[in-house]
Ligand binder design. Structure first.
Ligand SMILES: NC(=O)c1ccc[n+]([C@@H]2O[C@H](COP(=O)([O-])OP(=O)(O)OC[C@H]3O[C@@H](n4cnc5c(N)ncnc54)[C@H](OP(=O)(O)O)[C@@H]3O)[C@@H](O)[C@H]2O)c1
Length: 261
């Protein structure tokens, strides 16, 4: 599978890391990148750096558009002009496929940075989900984690808020835990970080043993105990609403971005 990234920043780099771990060769990945610092780090990974104009003469199974929303439409027009038959995939948040110059040739993908560890969760949408482009995209993202094919493009906004932005919300919550732990483990910050790493990964181990958060909570909680006291405080302070509001704010912003283009 030969692929090209137009824009090789955070998300492209996460996908590339996962693909390399999955056995894809660096020689099969080409990058078009204008940021000199990033170009240097891509070269260190033995990735091919090519010019935008090379799209006219090179064949790729998929060209991945991975630039910020403000750069997306002009970049897609360039792809369309230089390689009118290419399968193009957009990683850009908030821009619907009808905004691009060739909507029926675009696959939209919304991955998260966990692709770097091959534990990504990627939503895919295209008008034609039987197309070779969609199948190639499905195959590619399956190499770096899980794929969820959406039936309706509008669902991309909610997905972005939960799995994309939502990953950062959990980081924010976990950072509060870490800061509290560091207050106690004040003399050994490194040990606190290492303990915390196991603490986080044990959450995933627990969930893989029993995929029900209520029963996991019940194994920790005893009537009238410390856990119950803390949980009641969370409930009183409306934790559910705080998180639902954050999901809603991210979803609303995603819709706003799509209307700004
Ligand atoms: N980060 C995430 O977790 C994530 C998850 C899902 C989707 N996305 C989407 O993925 C897209 C990229 O996000 P990101 O966080 O990876 O952004 P980023 O780190 O800023 O990477 C984009 C890179 O593309 C370069 N670029 C822009 N236009 C270019 C052009 N015409 N030719 C060559 N290089 C160009 C940028 O250079 P400059 O620095 O010079 O602008 C930058 O190095 C966004 O649209 C975002 O919505 C991101």
């Amino acid at each position: 599978m030969k692929i090209c990234f137009l824009g090789c920043g955070n998300i492209a780099q996460a996908i590339i890391n996962g693909l390399l771990q999955s056995g894809i060769l660096s020689s099969d990945i080409a990058c078009i990148e204008r940021n000199e610092q990033r170009v240097e780090s891509l070269k260190m990974q033995n990735l091919k750096i090519i010019e935008l104009e090379s799209l006219a003469s090179m064949d790729f199974d998929l060209i991945m558009l991975a630039v910020k929303p403000k750069d997306a439409l002009s970049a897609e027009q360039s792809i369309s002009k230089l390689a009118p038959k290419a399968n193009t995939l957009s990683l850009v948040a908030g821009i619907g496929i009808e905004k691009y110059s060739r909507p029926n040739a675009i696959v939209r993908a919304m991955p998260n940075t966990a692709c770097a560890f091959r534990k990504g969760v990627t939503a895919l949408y295209a008008e034609d989900q039987n197309s070779s482009a969609f199948k190639t995209a499905n195959n590619l993202f399956s190499k770096v984690g899980h794929v969820l094919a959406l039936q309706n493009e509008d669902e991309m906004h909610r997905f972005t808020s939960i799995i994309g932005s939502g990953q950062a919300f959990l980081f924010k919550v976990l950072n509060i835990y870490l800061q509290e732990l560091e207050k106690i483990a004040i003399t050994n910050e490194a040990a606190a970080k290492s303990m915390f790493q196991d603490f986080i990964s044990s959450l995933s181990d627990s969930f893989s043993q029993e995929q029900n958060f209520e029963s996991l909570i019940n194994k920790i909680k005893s009537p009238g105990g410390t856990t119950q006291a803390g949980l009641e405080s969370l409930e009183k302070n409306n934790l559910d609403k705080i998180l639902q509001d954050a999901f809603q704010a991210a979803e609303d912003r995603s819709i706003e971005i799509s209307n700004e283009q």
